[in-house]
Design a protein around this ligand. Structure first.
Ligand code: ZN
Length: 198
């Protein structure tokens, strides 16, 4: 198992890299198992997977700090798929407290914006991301970042966010929440978005 952080080769059963302490890739499938994603699309999560992922990353962040490797909070970017009333907002609150308590973020705040506000946010995207960098940026109804009748190859708000995140590590942890319908198709067709949530 090759470490994506430092390229060391680890035992196939290893959970963390022996050299740098990063969490090694695992594959997590959706709870209902109905959707097939790219193999390493591993941050679209059900609750159990979410807990496991968070635990792994917190341990990895500590391991890496010990040996002096910078931990990239990008590993905590995630997409929560679920219908209205499945408690996504509450979940993000809990996650924010866990990160803060464990020193992953330096403030327990969540900057919440809805997808319709994203237009405004994106006008000054770099500065807005920078100002939220020590906490979490939560974007609800993220399926609205992809227009109805989306055609593969079309540039979407989602792509703009992704492109901005590629430029810098000075950004908050990004949590997108969406209903699965309408969004999972976009994700399937855009495997490069994997990198953002990976
Ligand atoms: Zn490593």
């Amino acid at each position: 198992m090759e470490c994506t952080r430092c390229q060391s080769i680890n035992r196939s059963t290893a959970k963390y890299c022996k050299k740098c302490g990063a969490a090694l890739p695992i594959n997590v499938s959706l709870k209902n198992g109905q959707l097939q994603f790219e193999p390493d699309f591993n941050k679209i999560v059900g609750l159990q997977e979410l807990k496991t992922m968070i635990q792994r990353e917190i341990i990895a962040a500590r391991n890496m700090k010990k040996v002096g490797f910078p931990y990239n909070k990008k590993n905590l970017n995630m997409i929560l798929l679920g219908n209205t009333g499945t408690g996504k907002n509450k979940l993000v609150d809990i996650v924010a407290r866990v990160y803060f308590k464990n020193g992953i973020t330096s403030k327990p705040d969540i900057k919440s914006i809805s997808a319709v506000e994203f237009n405004e946010f994106s006008k000054n995207m770099a500065a807005n991301l920078l100002s939220a960098k020590d906490g979490i940026l939560f974007i609800d109804n993220a399926h609205q970042l992809v227009p109805d009748g989306y055609k593969p190859g079309e540039i979407t708000q989602m792509d703009k966010l992704y492109a901005e995140l590629e430029k810098t590590t000075e950004h908050p942890i990004i949590v997108l929440a969406s209903k699965a319908e309408g969004f999972s198709k976009y994700l399937e067709e855009n495997p490069e978005v994997n990198i953002m949530v990976n």
